[in-house]
Ligand binder design. Sequence first.
Ligand SMILES: NC(=O)c1ccc[n+]([C@@H]2O[C@H](COP(=O)([O-])OP(=O)(O)OC[C@H]3O[C@@H](n4cnc5c(N)ncnc54)[C@H](OP(=O)(O)O)[C@@H]3O)[C@@H](O)[C@H]2O)c1
Length: 231
Amino acid sequence: MPLVPNPFRALIIGSSGTIGSAFQELLENNPQCQEVYGIHRNSLHPIDYDDEDSIASSAKSLLEKGPFQLIINTIGVLHSERWMPEKKLEDLHADQLMQLMKVNAIGPALTMKHFSKLLDPAGSVMANLSAKVGSIEDNRLGGWYSYRASKAALNMLIKTAAIEFGRTKPNCALIALHPGTVNSNLSRPFKGEQIGRPPLDAAQDMLDVLLSVGKEDSGSFISYSGERLPW
Ligand SMILES: NC(=O)c1ccc[n+]([C@@H]2O[C@H](COP(=O)([O-])OP(=O)(O)OC[C@H]3O[C@@H](n4cnc5c(N)ncnc54)[C@H](OP(=O)(O)O)[C@@H]3O)[C@@H](O)[C@H]2O)c1
């Protein structure tokens, strides 16, 4: 049975991003969604993974707006002005690996810690955008060391928290969600415009998946198509 009720209230974390803003737009126009809040580095209740304290203070300042039945964290990074994904081991650098771990794994884990207090204990879903390239089993091409490792770490953090939630918040599901290749700032240097799908299409597919998530799905790695992905 779906955990997200009708009507529901939603929170998008990273709503300045391509996929985050698509979710925000979709939910603003979804009759089932009573209210949607979007937060990012430069919004009200700012959340910045380069400032760890902002995660707790953002969650605390939003407490009175809750509870939320759907929370989607879309924050993530693949490349920056200083570095691109590694093609070979020789390209691996500690600062890049640490920054990706911080933004793709540590920040989202602390977000689960603080923002899970905003989830409706009667029925809710919290999804983190992961990536299929974070699957260890599915890794056939190699490369992209830091991004792959940071998303694999994120997946483990989600799975572990989901097991705890099974005991402490049995009606709150935690999901690792793969958006597919989407035309965005993140994918642009990798032919995202040619091979990526429009963000609104991807967000609609993911929303359909999230609105059908039940208790038994908590701790799963799910694709935008609803397919279960290997860890
Ligand atoms: N696009 C794809 O093909 C694809 C494929 C698989 C997985 N994903 C995942 O989907 C998610 C969304 O990606 P996207 O394509 O929408 O990328 P995007 O357009 O680049 O958006 C990234 C978001 O992350 C935020 N962000 C980055 N560093 C941050 C930090 N230190 N603190 C707080 N916020 C930070 C950005 O905020 P600012 O606007 O302030 O920079 C923005 O809101 C990511 O987790 C990505 O790994 C994307």
